[in-house]
Every structure is written in structure tokens, then in C-alpha cells.
Write a protein that binds this ligand. Structure first.
Ligand code: F6R
Length: 605
């Protein structure tokens, strides 16, 4: 939901900000802009469209500066137009903003009555004018004063013509990270924008106002100087490059064997027969709980749905799974014996964060599963377990999903072990199976070519149905989500057993039905569902266990995946569904990494 950047230092600030905006483009891509102070004058270049349109707009515009701010937009207030693009300027002050100002109409009326005029339909222009109105010679003081009057969520970066060596940033409920380089500082919405310049970062906290010059920086919170630790992130900048792949999504699909291996490495020691997953204090509290709720959005929600099967099996505790935007507005029964798990790649999803805060207020023990170090959800929870997927840039989530499942499967075994349901030898034998997953996902990736041919055959279809049962049901949901979000083809995921309660009416000779059918405890039932589809002339595309030849005559296409323990099949079976969605979208010539209307981190409600 918009990416913001600010740079101050020795390098060409325009170049750095442009490069960083490209790394943030996954957050929004309907317009972009940049503001610099060059030769004592504020200059702004902005345009509707993507960063490459901004680059074109910058051609022939020779600006050299050491201070700049930039923005890539996902429109909330006002259509994507040149005028609505950020930065917004008022009286020599330029502002970029990520978030939503809820009281902007009221503030705008007040500012208009004071003589300010507005060009755009955005809420952000109000911030620029409010800061201008508060300005009495110090940008830092003006930003702090203005921020006290703003209601909503906002991360901002501001520069001022009168103070050419200064950037001021403010964070409230939208992410903002400060990169601390050698004589240079970079402020950004997310870590990948900073990585090429430094791996030393400070994730700012709500209410933090940061004052940056080329000499150094200070963070204040509530008017008091605040001490913030510098974290060193291990992500290499190469992880945020396409490295020869056509799209980030494709690269991230192929990175999954490595990402899963990195995530499970070090979680469990065979020699000591023990887990290294959470702190000992948290372990003691975990022993007290009698219920689990798992809350997330989108793909992360699907990871929670898979985890329900594992947690109930091993922890033997009732597990409820909820979509964050629903959970936060119902009267969920939560108490101090509830473990509330929040799963989020970005760690910034507004609904998930709000659900976490609510659960804490109700006394729950909270655990976050996040990919981004120091993100809001990671910080807010009592304990965090990180997935080691590396930066996920493609808007459609892939490696984040499989690594979230890897953490949740480990958590399930761990809970089983601390609750005395699993003996040491059981844990060891299950982990011995689990560590085969990176290799098995690698084998699943070998279907790539065949799935490209399948994609070419079906890319003109208008609707798809995805079916699965037991742990394959959430995988059917995830396969359908992948297809619809990047190829704009309507796709529905359904528990196969529910088909005859409604969706079966949709089936005719035009309808491809993707069936996730590993040979497991429900295979015979799924085979029955395949027969039902075929009896109505549907087109069946089945994914099953290598060596199981009996579907050949029954289905239009059968793809074989390596044998895998039944509860671990989600790791392997989601891979071909990701590849199929990728190839359909790519062959349709769509923007795979930046699908229309979407943004990577949904930091507004
Ligand atoms: C789908 C997708 C989204 C996210 C959802 C939650 O491919 O990426 O559905 O999974 O927006 O995001 P996080 O995990 O960052 O909370």
C-alpha cells in the first residue's frame, strides 16, 4: 500500500531513490514521483504509471542532489493521475505518505479557511499543508506538531527548501525502516529498498519521529529522545534481484527448496533431540494453554488452515482458524489460556495487526510467524518465529506460504512434544521425514515444462474449480487464489466433499476442474468426486502420487508428484499449482509480479 523512500548521503540521491522505489514497486504501482532539493530549490517530478514511466519523465532533467524523497502509489483517495501522484508540496515542503488520514476532510476545510488551496483529491496533500501551517523554522518541530493532529495510519518522509540537508520521517501504524549506512541514511517502507546500501536497520516504532541530516540522526517519541537498537539483517541484496528469471514470482517459486531448508535448519537438533523454536519462558506459558486460534489474511490464512490439521493431531488442542478482518469484528472468546497465532509474510497487514492487538488486550498468549524482521506484527507479539524465505517481491505469495507451513509444522510437532503426546523417537522420525521436503519440492518443480503446455491449452477458459480434501483442501483454495490473482481468471477452491452441495451445478464440458489427489486417507473419496465431475463432462486435471496409474483413464490430464507422507503433501502439491498459475498469467502477457488492483503489503483496512 504505497512505498516511500528518503535518501541523504554522498551518492546521487535521485539514482538511489529510483533504485529503491523499484524494490518497493510491489507495494503499489499506479503512479510514482520524486522530490529533491537542488541548488536550494525544491523540484518535484511525478507521473501516473510505473517507475519506468517516472524514469522516462526524468530523462533530460538533469538534477544532481544528495537529498531526495520518493513514492510509488497504490491509490486510496483520488484516482491514479499525475496530480494525485506523490510527493505533494505546500510552500516549499514536500511530503510522501503511506497510509490513510481519516480526518483529512475536516483538516482540509480548516486549512482552506486559512487560505490554503488544494490541487489533488488525496489525503496526503493535507499533510503537506498542515506541516506548512505548523512550520516556524524547524521541519522537525512542524512534522511532530502536525502528526499530533493527524488521525489514521501514516508513515511519512518530508523535506523542506529552507533546510536542504534534512529529512524528517514519522511513523504511525504504517511501516517505516531507517537504514544506517556509512555517512548515508535511507528511510524506506521495507527492507529490500535499503539492502543494496546497508544491512544495518532500525525498524521505527509507532510515534517515532526521526530527524536525519548527513551528519547523523535522532529518533524522538512523544517529544522524548528514544534509543533504538540497530539490527543487522542477514538477507543478501541478491535475494531481491531476479537473477536471470523473467519474473520475481517465477524465481520465488524455484527458490522454495532453499527457503524451506533455511527455515527448518536449526529448529530441531537430532543429536540433542530438542527444539530451538521459542524461548524457555514462552515454552512454560505454552504448557498452560488449552486452545489455539490462528489468524491471518489471504495466502497466510491458507497456511493456517493447513496447520489446523497438524496442530489438532499433534498438540491435541482445539484449533480455530480465522480471517483477520472477520476475527477482529466478532466477539471472539479469548482468554489467558488461548494461544493466538498470527501469520504474516510482511508483518504489516493492518487487519492481522489489529487482531493481534485485540487478542493481547483480551489476555491471550500471542505468537507471530513473520518473514520480515522487526516488522510491526513481529514486534507486537509476545514471541516471534521467523520464516527464512528471504525478501518476497512478487505480489503473489509463494515461498512465504511454504515456509510458513514449515514453521507451523515444526510448531505442531513441538507442541506435541511439550504436551507429552509425542515421544522423543516419534519427533525424531517425523523430523527425519520432514527434512526430505526440500528435495521433494525440487522434484515437484520438474513438472514446469508440462505445466507450461497445460497452461497454453487452458488459458482462454473463463472459470476453474479447484478441489481437495483433508490437508489438500487448503491447497485447492491456494491454487485457486494464485490463478485468480495473477491471471484474472475466475477460480474457486472447494472441499471436494462439498461439491455436491452446490458447485456441481457449474460443471459442464467447458469447466476445468483441478483435483489435488495424493494417495492418502481420503484418496478413495476424492476418486469418487472425480467420477462425479467426469459424469457431467467436466475437464479433470488431477495431481496424484507417482506410480498411481488408476486415474489415467478417468481424467483428462494426470500429473505425478513424488511420494510424500500424507500430512506433508501440501508442501509438494502446492508447487505445480503455483507453476500453472504463473504460466497462464505469463502466456496471457499479464504483469505477473504486479497484478492489477493488488499490493503486496495491505497496510490499510
Ligand atoms: C496472495 C497474497 C495475499 C497475502 C495477504 C496477507 O498471493 O499474497 O493474499 O497473503 O495479503 O499478507 P501477509 O502475509 O503479508 O500478512
Amino acid at each position: 500500500m504505497c512505498g516511500i523512500v528518503g535518501y541523504i548521503g554522498k551518492r546521487d540521491a535521485v539514482e538511489v531513490v529510483l533504485d529503491s522505489l523499484k524494490r518497493l514497486e510491489y507495494r503499489g504501482y499506479d503512479s510514482a514521483g520524486i522530490a529533491v532539493i537542488a541548488d536550494g530549490k525544491l523540484k518535484v517530478i511525478k507521473t501516473k504509471g510505473k517507475i519506468r514511466d517516472l524514469e522516462n519523465a526524468l530523462k533530460g532533467f538533469d538534477v544532481k542532489a544528495n537529498v531526495a524523497i520518493g513514492h510509488t502509489r497504490w491509490a486510496t483517495h483520488g484516482k491514479p493521475t499525475d496530480v494525485n501522484a506523490h510527493p505533494h508540496v505546500c510552500g516549499g515542503i514536500a511530503v510522501v505518505h503511506n497510509g490513510i488520514i481519516e480526518n483529512y476532510v475536516e483538516l482540509k476545510n480548516e486549512l482552506v479557511s486559512k487560505g490554503y488551496s488544494f490541487e489533488s483529491q488525496t489525503d496526503t496533500e493535507v499533510i503537506a499543508c498542515l506541516i506548512r501551517d505548523c512550520y516556524k523554522g524547524s521541519l522537525f518541530d512542524a512534522v511532530q506538531e502536525a502528526s499530533r493532529r493527524l488521525v489514521g495510519s501514516f508513515a511519512i518522509a518530508a523535506i523542506c527548501e529552507n533546510e536542504p540537508d534534512t529529512i524528517v520521517g514519522y511513523k504511525k501504524e504504517s511501516p517505516l525502516v531507517l537504514g544506517v549506512g556509512d555517512g548515508e541514511y535511507i528511510l524506506a517502507s521495507d527492507i529490500p529498498a535499503i539492502l543494496p546500501y546497508t544491512n544495518r536497520i532500525i525498524p521505527l516504532e509507532d510515534g517515532d519521529c526521526v530527524f536525519i541530516t548527513s551528519e547523523g540522526f535522532d529518533v524522538f517519541n512523544n517529544g522524548e529522545k528514544a534509543k533504538r537498537d540497530i539490527l543487522t539483517v542477514s538477507w543478501s541484496p541478491v535475494l531481491a534481484e531476479k537473477t536471470g528469471y523473467k519474473h520475481f514470482m517465477q524465481k520465488e517459486i524455484f527458490e522454495q527448496p532453499r527457503a524451506i531448508a533455511d527455515t527448518i535448519q536449526g529448529i530441531y537438533s537430532f543429536e540433542e533431540n530438542r527444539f530451538y523454536l521459542v524461548s524457555s519462558g514462552f515454552e512454560e506459558k505454552l504448557k498452560e494453554i488449552n486452545r489455539i486460534v490462528a489468524v491471518a489474511c489471504g495466502t497466510s490464512y491458507h497456511a493456517c488452515l493447513v496447520a489446523k490439521y497438524w496442530l489438532e493431531k499433534y498438540a491435541e488442542i482445539p484449533v480455530e482458524v480465522d480471517i483477520a478482518s472477520e476475527f477482529r469484528y466478532r466477539d471472539a472468546v479469548i482468554d489467558e489460556k488461548t494461544l493466538a497465532v498470527f501469520v504474516s509474510q510482511s508483518g504489516e497487514t493492518a487487519d492481522t495487526l489489529a487482531a493481534l492487538k485485540l487478542s493481547k488486550e483480551k489476555g491471550a498468549l500471542t505468537l507471530a510467524v513473520c518473514n520480515v524482521m522487526g516488522s510491526s506484527i513481529a514486534r507486537e507479539a509476545h514471541e516471534v518465529i521467523y520464516t527464512h524465505a528471504g525478501p518476497e517481491i512478487g505480489v503473489a505469495s509463494t515461498k512465504a506460504f511454504t515456509t510458513q507451513m514449515a514453521v507451523l509444522y515444526s510448531l505442531s510437532l513441538y507442541m506435541g512434544s511439550i504436551r507429552g503426546n509425542l515421544e522423543e523417537k516419534d519427533v525424531a522420525s517425523r523430523f527425519a521425514e520432514f527434512i526430505k521436503i526440500p528435495r521433494l519440492t525440487e522434484e515437484a518443480l520438474e513438472l514446469d515444462e508440462e505445466l507450461l503446455s497445460l497452461a497454453m491449452k487452458y488459458l482462454d477458459k473463463k472459470d476453474f474449480l479447484y478441489l481437495g480434501r483433508y490437508v489438500s483442501y487448503p491447497i485447492a483454495l491456494e491454487g485457486a487464489l494464485k490463478l485468480k490473482e495473477i491471471s484474472y481468471i475466475h477460480a474457486e477452491g472447494y472441499p471436494a466433499g462439498e461439491m455436491k452441495h452446490g458447485p456441481i451445478a457449474l460443471i459442464d464440458k467447458e469447466m476445468p476442474v483441478v483435483v489435488v489427489a495424493p494417495v492418502d486417507r481420503v484418496y478413495e473419496k476424492v476418486k469418487g468426486n472425480i467420477e462425479e465431475v467426469k459424469a457431467r463432462d467436466g475437464i479433470v486435471i488431477a495431481f496424484t502420487t507417482s506410480g498411481n496409474k488408476e486415474l489415467e483413464g478417468k481424467c483428462d490430464h494426470v500429473f505425478y508428484l513424488p511420494e510424500v507422507g500424507e500430512e506433508l503433501s501440501p508442501f509438494v502439491y502446492v508447487i505445480p499449482l503455483q507453476l500453472f498459475a504463473y504460466h497462464v498469467a505469463e502466456r496471457k502477457g499479464l504483469d505477473v509480479d504486479q497484478p492489477r488492483n493488488l499490493a503486496k503489503a495491505v497496510t490499510v483496512e
